[in-house]
Structure formats: structure tokens, C-alpha cells
Design a binder for this molecule. Structure first.
Ligand code: ZN
Length: 372
């Protein structure tokens, strides 16, 4: 009997426990968990969730900016001066008339500027494609020296690709002007809606003709300032000086520089032989610097003694027939006989399907074989 009572009590206790476990209510949410989050915190949480591609979802708000930690002040550490090279230690420079250093600065370990004390040695030949070293050296008040080397690569300028024009394209070119004859020439070109190219000499007075030619759609190229062979072919630097002076004249007359030019005497001249190899060097250098030179494949022979308007016209028309792909024609507007031949050339050309265009950087070139 006693045993049964115990078993009953035990069973009852077990049942009670089971019932209590099964019905136990979830713990009530604490006020802290159910209260709305402060706006900023809520936004942070939303933004940090993995975005789901749901159309109904509002776009994730932008994260507030991350505060930048304030660096603890770096204690000054005694050491060598520091040189910083603007543009870096490996520096590519497009070939040009002059080289301009991209700059540098130097400080000692106390933070004082030493830039004024930096010594730069070495040379960059700005117009010659190649590799050069410049050495930068500075010594601080304590006698500590830092030296850095900059490797400069002079690289060729990029020129636009040449585009072959349609057949029977003629590029009339007029050298050694501008002059009093140029106006009549421009009139006749206008009458036939023909474009041409003027390789001008910088020291001529009729620069108004350069302006007019430019405004009427013709191209302007450099033919040097003096055209004096002994002057322009004396050295590379002498050629550049002369060339750049002409560029200034052209800029003043047209508002911009040109990248077209023709060597006095052409690139195959022998008049420059007093300076051995100058044409071989200049023809490469000028193209490396982004200028394009043009010789010719047709000439009127207008500089020859005894040249007449008729001889010039005949010679050019024969030339055009022989160069039906494209022709670059050499004439000089300083010779009135040559200017007089232009109308009949334009008339014949127009009737025979030729078009007269101005040269540009995409025009085909004619380069004669360099003879010096
Ligand atoms: Zn000339």
C-alpha cells in the first residue's frame, strides 16, 4: 500500500513537470528589444545587411562617413634628407625642342625645405629619342646627403595615321611667300573652290596673306624664317630657332601653330652638305617631335631660268597625268609666271576629274631620298 502511494505521488509529480514544460510561455520581450532603434543605428543595420534583389525594397541608405582616425603625432626621427621627384623616377617625355623638368622638392628630417639646395646633374637631349639619367643630390645642415636618379625616356610624338585620298587628288603647294602675288593666287583658287598649301617664310612682310589663306581654308606650313641655307642648316639648334620664329609668325597670323613644314631646298638638298648629316638627323628629329614634312612628286620647274607660264603649266599637267593616285605639286608664289599658270591647271584638272586639296597631318607624304 505504501509502495502504491509512493508510485502515485511520483507519477503525479512527473505529469506535472511534463505539463509545465510543454505550456511554458515564451519569455516576454524586454522593453529594450522591442523599442524602435534610434534612427542612425537602424540605418546602419539596414545598410550592413546583404542586399537582396527585391524590387519592393527601398534602396539602401548611404553609410555615414567613416570617421578618419586622428593620427598620433609622429615623433621626429633623425635621418637623411628626403627628395621627392614630381613625375616619378621613371619619366617619359615626348620629344620636343626643349626639356622641362617636371620638378622636385626636398626636406630635412626636421621638416625644413631643402629644395633650393638640390643640385641636378645630367642632360636630356629633348629632341633625341633615347634614355637619359638626371641625378638629384641634396645635403642638409648636418652634412647628410641624399641622391636620387631619374630615368628620362624621350619618346617620339604620335602622329595621326595617313589616310590615302581618292585617286586624282592634287595638293598644290606654294613656297617662299607670302608676297604681293599671293592675293591673285588666292583669288583664282577661290574661283575654282580649290584648296592649297602655303609653305611660308617667316621674315616676309605680307603676313596678311597668311591670314587670308588660312581663313579661306588653305593650309599653312613652315618653310623657315630666313630660308638662308647657311643659317638654317648650321646646326639642329639653329634650325629650331629659325623654325620656331616662323611658328610665331604663323600663330600671330592664324591663331595657331602648324605641324606641317617643308625644308628649304627640300629634304634631299645638297646645299646643307657643309654640315655633314644634318638632313639625316633633322628629317628624323622633326618627325619624332610630331611635325610632318612634305617634299613633292610634281614640279613646275618655276625656279629654273627661262621658265614660262606655259612651260610650268605643261610640266605640271604632265606630272598630274603621271601621278593619278595623288600629286604634291611644287610651285612658288614669288614667281608670277607660276601664279599665272594656276588657273589653266585648275581648269584642266577640274575637267579631268582631279580635286585640289590642302595638306594636313593625315595626307600622304612624299619624301625624297635624303642626300646628306
Ligand atoms: Zn623655298
Amino acid at each position: 500500500m505504501k509502495k502504491n502511494v509512493c508510485r502515485l505521488l511520483l507519477t503525479a509529480a512527473l505529469l506535472f513537470l511534463l505539463a509545465a514544460c510543454g505550456t511554458e510561455p515564451e519569455p516576454a520581450l524586454t522593453p529594450a528589444a522591442t523599442a524602435p532603434l534610434p534612427t542612425e543605428q537602424a540605418e546602419s543595420i539596414v545598410a550592413l545587411e546583404t542586399p537582396t534583389p527585391s524590387a519592393s525594397r527601398a534602396p539602401a541608405p548611404t553609410l555615414p562617413p567613416t570617421p578618419i582616425p586622428t593620427p598620433s603625432p609622429t615623433p621626429l626621427v633623425e635621418g637623411d634628407p628626403v627628395i621627392t621627384l614630381v613625375g616619378g623616377e621613371e619619366y617619359a617625355y615626348t620629344a620636343d625642342f626643349t626639356f622641362s623638368d617636371p620638378g622636385y622638392y626636398a626636406v630635412d628630417w626636421r621638416g625644413n625645405s631643402l629644395t633650393d639646395r638640390v643640385k641636378v646633374t645630367g642632360e636630356v637631349v629633348s629632341y633625341l629619342v633615347g634614355s637619359y639619367d638626371l641625378t638629384y643630390s641634396v645635403t642638409d645642415d648636418d652634412g647628410r646627403t641624399t641622391t636620387l636618379v631619374r630615368h628620362v625616356s624621350v619618346v617620339p610624338a604620335e602622329l595621326p595615321e595617313i589616310v590615302m585620298p581618292p585617286e586624282k587628288t592634287v595638293y598644290l603647294t606654294f613656297d617662299d611667300g607670302p608676297c604681293g602675288n599671293t592675293a591673285a593666287l588666292l583669288d583664282v583658287l577661290k574661283k575654282y573652290d580649290a584648296k592649297a598649301t602655303f609653305f611660308v617664310i617667316g621674315n616676309k612682310t605680307r603676313t596678311d596673306m597668311i591670314t587670308r589663306a588660312h581663313e579661306e581654308g588653305h593650309s599653312i606650313g613652315v618653310h623657315t624664317y630666313t630660308h638662308v641655307y647657311k643659317t638654317v642648316y648650321k646646326s639642329e639648334e639653329a634650325f629650331f630657332d629659325d623654325f620656331l620664329k616662323t611658328q610665331e609668325v604663323i600663330k600671330a597670323a592664324t591663331g595657331s601653330y602648324t605641324r606641317l613644314f617643308r625644308f628649304p631646298g627640300g629634304s634631299a638638298n645638297t646645299v646643307s652638305r657643309f654640315n655633314k648629316g644634318i638632313m639625316t638627323r633633322l628629317t628624323k628629329i622633326m618627325e619624332d617631335m610630331g611635325y610632318r614634312y612634305f617634299d613633292w612628286n610634281v614640279t613646275g620647274g618655276d625656279s629654273a631660268a627661262g621658265a614660262t607660264t606655259d612651260s610650268i603649266r605643261k610640266r605640271i599637267i604632265t606630272g598630274l597625268k603621271n601621278h593619278s593616285d595623288f600629286a604634291i605639286v611644287l610651285q612658288h608664289d614669288i614667281h608670277m609666271n607660276s601664279v599665272r599658270a594656276v588657273e589653266s591647271i585648275l581648269k584642266w584638272g577640274t575637267e579631268h576629274g582631279y580635286t585640289f586639296r590642302a595638306l594636313d597631318l593625315t595626307s600622304p607624304v612624299v619624301h625624297s631620298k635624303v642626300a646628306n
